[in-house]
Design a protein around this ligand. Structure first.
Ligand SMILES: [Zn+2]
Length: 197
């Protein structure tokens, strides 16, 4: 799909993205097969056959006719029409189909493409913000480590730089990054609350 971005802007965006990806792979163990598999499986579309079975099961559970559920061909057409992007945020990650009006069934005209994060946010508005929070938190950790590569940042520092008041949705991501931080030369500053000011 065409965008309004200029070529130079696009090249800069891609190289920023590669720099972030390279830095994340320092934590993930530089296993390029794993990294590529993760990207492919997050973007690869939902198999229309298994999606149809799932939707039929839900339709049945609501006491509605499964004949209303679109065919696999029609499900694929809905994804194609949306260019395999979330109708709310444009993300291509782990997209699925969701009902527009939850009071209605899974008929063709009541379906739209949503990513996993938007879907979760919609069904459970108070749930943890999912992978978007992880992205902000990772960027904050990356920025802090660029300033001081010897010391893994404290939760307080991460919260301040990420601009979030609650880290609980990314609790285990932070622990994972801390465990994998390649330098591992120092103890976390969390151990000493006074150090974070
Ligand atoms: Zn979305």
């Amino acid at each position: 799909m065409a965008t309004g971005k200029g070529r130079k802007e696009l090249i800069e965006m891609v190289s920023d993205c590669f720099a972030e990806l390279r830095d994340f792979l320092r934590f993930a163990g530089e296993n390029s097969d794993d990294a590529l598999r993760a990207v492919i499986s997050a973007i690869a579309p939902y198999q229309p056959g298994s999606l149809r079975q799932k939707l039929e099961g839900r339709q049945r559970a609501m006491g509605r006719s499964v004949c209303e559920v679109p065919t696999t061909h029609e499900l694929w057409a809905i994804f194609r029409a949306a260019d395999f992007r979330c109708s709310e945020c444009g993300s291509q990650l782990r997209i699925t189909l969701d009902r527009i009006d939850p009071k209605l069934g899974y008929e063709r005209t009541n379906l739209r493409v949503l990513c996993a994060d938007c879907n979760r946010q919609r069904s459970r508005p108070n749930s943890a913000p999912g992978s978007r929070l992880n992205l902000r938190v990772f960027r904050a950790v990356r920025e802090l480590l660029a300033g001081d590569p010897e010391t893994f940042p404290s939760d307080l520092e991460i919260k301040q730089v990420a601009g979030v008041s609650d880290l609980s949705g990314s609790y285990y991501l932070v622990r994972f990054l801390r465990h994998r931080w390649p330098s591992r030369v120092s103890t976390p500053r969390d151990a000493n609350p006074e150090a974070t000011g």
